[in-house]
Ligand binder design. Structure first.
Ligand SMILES: Cc1cc2nc3c(=O)[nH]c(=O)nc-3n(C[C@H](O)[C@H](O)[C@H](O)COP(=O)(O)OP(=O)(O)OC[C@H]3O[C@@H](n4cnc5c(N)ncnc54)[C@H](O)[C@@H]3O)c2cc1C
Length: 453
């Protein structure tokens, strides 16, 4: 193969680094790209796009490599990897940060907290900013600071022709709308982002654990009641395992206030861990982030808009009782609401903005031989979850979704397909669950939701 024209660091199957370079975070993914190009700047990205078109080699776009189903890589593709582009610049006068596309959350949190800022990011330190913000982005600050995408001011993107586009509220406004919720790998390669940031020093970190089976049903009952009218300064990720339940939370207030807000949880019997303490923002992030390690997994979820009956909650408990693992199979819940609802419903391509929370069926395994049992349990659990929830979070993707466009983007599929057609008419940015370009062009895109903000 002739790699002339590719610039940056090119790794091919002949290179000793290839085995490591082809790895995705999810150990279940086993793809063999034709080449991986580690871009150092926007020109390298543009050259890679042009090279892939010239040689008719499909491309994939990768930053943090945490896509659940591995669609940032692919056998026989050219992987355009931005992970070497990881410069971060904080503007303390404007309260903004500009980050290159390959930046990982841990570096962003570290840099920002050193300057006295929090960030509306996710919980896993090695997740890339790109996939996170382009799919929406939820975390333990979401109810206070909004989705990661809600804090985006501007992006710079290289399009299918290798041209550099500035994307913001005034420039390429339709694309700006689409990138905030449907941008992952679909329209071009984003090379940098500018975010607004919030000055914060100390927060209250909350970690609660119950190591008994009855706590599971109690947890689910308390959770759905608790979210109603909940103080927006608190966000939580929690869930149930086969024999236990847990809640992790950040509260932008004092531990004394947090204890009051958490009272319904604190009265569930059998608490074995009860951390409610005032810490630096960065310490809270690092403590929660420390639990992540690579494994093979699947973890599809749906958006919850209504209360579940006692019978429905009991069915979840029965599903958990059938789980293949006591410690790595779980039903997880992720709070929404609060600041997420400050943005108008149609303000960005994140269609399920008004949901109460996300619920996911998740299972991790280490040995390949265990995969069928875990995957079958996830499929069964998700089959039931789907009957009670709406859609699916594009950042918790699932390869078995048949109507994936509708699941991820709801009623925005059509408009997204027109935007796709406008910016990538030849469908260069294509992967198993990408947005399909509309068959015709529409010149009246202005009548779509992003103009109605
Ligand atoms: C352990 C773990 C914890 C997680 N925790 C959270 C969480 O707390 N909150 C949350 O919201 N999500 C979470 N996620 C999901 C995460 O947001 C998504 O997996 C996200 O897509 C990862 O982004 P990435 O850049 O690391 O991945 P990648 O695999 O590199 O990319 C993901 C998608 O974005 C596209 N993409 C990557 N870079 C670019 C670019 N520069 N321009 C255009 N498209 C690009 C890719 O093509 C792919 O479609 C978690 C995932 C894992 C594995």
């Amino acid at each position: 193969m002739n790699y002339e024209g590719l610039t940056g660091r090119v790794i091919t199957p002949c290179d000793p680094e290839y085995a490591l370079a082809r790895q995705e975070w999810n150990k279940a993914i086993d793809t063999f790209p034709r080449a991986i190009v580690y871009c150092r700047n926007a020109q390298d990205v543009a050259n890679a796009i042009c090279w892939s078109r010239k040689h008719c080699i499909p491309l994939r776009v990768r930053s943090g490599a945490h896509h659940y189903e591995g669609y940032s890589s692919g056998t026989g593709t050219l992987v355009i990897d931005t992970s070497l582009m990881n410069h971060i610049k904080v503007d303390t006068c404007q309260n903004t940060v500009t980050v290159e596309a390959g930046t990982r959350l841990k570096d962003l949190y570290q840099t920002l907290s050193a300057c006295g800022y929090a960030f509306a990011g996710g919980t896993c330190p090695t997740v890339g900013i790109s996939g996170l913000v382009l799919g929406g982005g939820i975390g333990l600050s979401t109810r206070y600071l909004g989705l990661t995408a809600d804090n985006l001011i501007e992006a710079t993107m290289i399009d299918a022709n290798g041209n550099q586009l500035t994307v913001n509220q005034n420039c390429n406004r339709d694309l700006f709308w689409a990138l905030r919720g449907a941008g992952g790998g679909n329209f071009g390669v984003v090379v940098s982002y500018q975010f607004k940031i919030e000055a914060v020093k100390k927060i209250t970190l909350i970690q609660l654990r119950w190591e008994n089976k009855p706590a599971r049903l109690a947890f689910l009952e308390v959770w759905q009641e608790w979210l109603k009218g909940l103080d927006r300064r608190i966000s939580g990720f929690g869930g149930i395992y086969k024999k236990s339940a847990y809640l992790n939370s950040f509260f932008y207030g004092t531990p004394a206030e947090a204890k009051e807000i958490l009272a319904p949880f604190l009265s569930i019997p059998g608490l074995t861990l009860r951390t409610i303490e005032c810490v630096d923002f960065i310490d809270a992030v690092n403590i929660i982030g420390a639990r992540y390690e690579r494994s093979a997994f699947q973890s599809p979820g749906g958006f919850v808009f209504r209360d579940f009956s006692r019978e429905e909650l009991e069915k979840f408990i029965q599903i958990m009782d059938q789980a293949p693992s006591d410690t790595t199979s779980r039903l997880a819940v992720y709070s929404l609401g609060g600041a997420v609802r400050d943005i108008p419903e149609t303000g960005t391509a994140f269609f399920y903005r008004s949901a109460n929370y996300i619920m996911a069926v998740s299972s991790e395994w280490q040995n390949k031989s265990a995969a069928p049992a875990h995957q079958a349990w996830v499929a069964e659990g998700f089959k039931y979850l789907k009957t009670l929830t709406c859609g699916s979070y594009v950042n918790f993707p699932y390869n078995r979704l048949k109507d994936y466009q509708e699941a991820y983007f709801g009623e925005y599929v059509e408009i997204l397909q027109y935007i796709k057609r406008k910016y990538d008419p030849e469908n260069i940015f294509c992967f198993p669950q990408s947005i399909k370009p509309a068959e015709s062009v529409r010149n009246d895109l202005k009548s779509f939701p992003f103009e109605a903000e």
